[in-house]
Design a protein around this ligand. Structure first.
Ligand code: ZN
Ligand code: ZN
Length: 218
C-alpha cells in the first residue's frame, strides 16, 4: 500500500518553474530537489513544468516561430507523457538522496557548530549566491526571532517546529519572505533538524544575535 503523503507545506509554482528552467542558485536547487524527492505532489508539478519547457523549446526549434500561448501548450503536454526524471532510489535512511552528497548518509554524523541557546548549525558547501545550512534545534528551543532581507526556505528533515504562521513537520517547507517576522520553536517532544536556505542575511531583533551574525554567517 502506498504511504499517505502527510506534507502540507509545498513549494510555489514560481519556485518550481525557476528550478525547472535552471534559474536557481546551487543552495536553492538543493532544497528544491530535496523537497521534490520527498513530495509526490511537487514532483508531479515539476514534471509538467519540465514538459512545458521542453515543448516550448521544441516548438521554437522546429518552427522558428514564437512560442504558442501557455494554455495551448499546457493542453498539448497534458496529452503527452512527461519526460523521464530518474526516479529517486529507494532509501531507508532519513537523509533524502539529493542531500547525501552534501551532508553524508546519516544526520547523526553531521559536524555541528554551536550557534547559541543549544541551537547548532552546519553550513553546506555551495556556490556563494545563497547559503544552505542544516539547523539543529533542541526540543522546545526557539531560534531567535528574526525577519528576512530576502527569501528563506526551511525544510524539515527530523522532528517538527512551529512559528507564528503554522506547524511544520518532516517534508514541509516554509517559505519566508521580507514580510514575515517569526520565531521558530522546535516541538517539545523531539529535537528538530532542518535544511535552511537564504539568499540574504536575516534581520534579528535581539542585540546578541546581531553581534554574532557575521560570525555565524546567518
Ligand atoms: Zn511539495
Ligand atoms: Zn526565518
Amino acid at each position: 500500500m502506498k504511504q499517505k503523503q502527510m506534507i502540507k507545506h509545498h513549494l510555489t509554482d514560481k519556485i518550481l518553474m525557476a528550478y525547472s528552467a535552471g534559474q536557481l542558485s546551487e543552495a536553492f536547487n538543493l532544497i528544491v530537489a530535496t523537497h521534490i524527492s520527498m513530495c509526490d505532489e511537487c514532483r508531479a508539478a515539476m514534471s509538467s513544468f519540465d514538459a512545458l519547457g521542453g515543448a516550448l523549446l521544441e516548438n521554437e526549434c522546429l518552427n522558428g516561430e514564437p512560442a504558442p500561448d501557455l494554455q495551448a501548450t499546457m493542453a498539448l503536454i497534458k496529452a503527452e507523457t512527461p519526460p523521464d526524471r530518474t526516479p529517486p532510489p529507494v532509501r531507508s535512511t532519513e537523509t533524502p538522496f539529493p542531500l547525501v552528497a552534501y551532508v553524508g548518509d546519516n544526520l547523526d554524523d553531521v559536524k555541528w557548530k554551536p550557534v547559541g541557546m543549544g541551537v547548532k548549525q552546519s553550513i553546506l558547501q555551495t556556490s556563494a549566491e545563497a547559503t544552505a545550512r542544516l539547523l539543529y534545534i533542541p526540543a522546545g528551543v526557539a531560534v531567535p526571532d528574526h525577519g528576512h532581507h530576502g527569501t528563506e526556505l526551511t525544510l524539515v528533515l527530523r522532528g517538527a517546529y512551529s512559528d507564528e504562521t503554522d506547524h511544520f513537520k518532516r517534508g514541509d517547507v516554509e517559505i519566508a519572505g521580507e514580510d514575515l517576522h517569526h520565531t521558530p520553536i522546535a516541538d517539545a517532544h523531539s529535537d528538530c533538524i532542518c535544511l535552511a536556505v537564504t539568499d540574504a542575511p536575516l534581520k534579528f531583533s535581539g542585540v546578541l544575535p546581531r553581534i554574532l551574525q557575521p560570525l555565524l554567517r546567518i
